[in-house]
Design a protein around this ligand. Structure first.
Ligand SMILES: Nc1ncnc2c1ncn2[C@@H]1O[C@H](COP(=O)(O)OP(=O)(O)OP(=O)(O)O)[C@@H](O)[C@H]1O
Ligand SMILES: [Mg+2]
Length: 243
């Protein structure tokens, strides 16, 4: 009898340039007692797009990223990632989709009692990559981010700017198809900011869809990409920057 092969890979099935990677339809997130962090948000991000999310402190950027990676759930509305309603996925399917999403959190969420190399390696280890490939990838990322000498340091001993780059390295290490980055350059000087953006641009050219939440005009005012501004939890503008 022929074996029925089930599609185990919810995110890769629709991972074709030009398709929609993220779709939000009338999404709201309210926190008790009555904080409207996001109200009635509808937009799409194409597969392979580099998309910027801007807005003042408290505008709702982090909340929006958390909803996309299912760290939080909307109070209302629909969120699809790679064609799947992320709030309906459960168990293995959800875990599998999450493995394909790299997230660099605004507050880093590093394991402070583990070394830099161990932190960066985590996503590759969970998906059973070969130890040699992991070691090489960790070294390459540290070199790109000028942190080679921190390989064996405990992340708890690093400066904020260093921790921020380790969080970024960890989010891209396993070459996820979708990368969500929350304030990647907040603690960095101009030259280091450029290195961080070079790394993200390389990931994007290799096919990753990337959403960057930022206050840093120096990164979103350059290049040809869309920028969405949130104000008080609502979409204020969505336009293409082409400088
Ligand atoms: N868990 C929560 N409980 C209550 N209120 C929350 C919670 N998370 C976020 N908020 C509120 O929702 C609003 C949006 O917060 P969010 O963190 O998304 O803003 P942000 O645009 O990322 O800001 P920043 O630029 O400072 O990082 C804020 O008013 C915030 O206080
Ligand atoms: Mg934030």
């Amino acid at each position: 009898m022929p074996k029925i092969v089930q599609n185990q890979d919810p995110i890769e099935t629709k991972d074709i340039p030009g398709n929609t990677m993220i779709e939000m339809i009338k999404v709201s997130r309210t926190y008790a007692p009555d904080i409207k962090a996001l109200s009635d948000i509808s937009f799409t991000v194409d597969t392979g797009e580099l998309f910027f999310l801007i807005g003042r402190s408290g505008a709702g950027k982090t909340t929006l990223l958390k909803l996309i990676c299912n760290m939080d759930t909307p109070s209302k509305g629909l969120i699809e990632v790679a064609g799947h309603n992320i709030n309906n996925l459960k168990g293995k399917k959800l875990a599998h989709l999450r493995q394909k999403i790299g997230v660099a959190y605004q507050d880093f969420k590093l394991l402070s009692d583990r070394t830099v190399a161990e932190n960066i390696a985590i996503s590759m280890e969970v998906s059973y990559k070969k130890p040699r490939a992991i070691r090489q990838r960790v070294r390459d990322l540290l070199e790109q981010l000028q942190l080679t000498d921190k390989h064996d340091a405990l992340t708890g001993d690093l400066s904020r700017g260093e921790q921020q780059r380790i969080a970024l390295a960890r989010s891209v290490a396993n070459s996820p198809r979708l990368i969500l980055v929350d304030e990647p350059t907040g603690n960095l000087d101009a030259a280091t900011t450029e290195r961080v953006m070079d790394l993200l641009t390389r990931c994007n050219k290799a096919g990753a869809t990337i959403v960057i939440a930022t206050h840093d005009a120096s990164i979103y005012q350059k290049g040809n990409h869309r920028v969405m501004e949130l104000r008080n939890g609502k979409i204020h503008s969505l336009s293409r920057n082409s400088r």
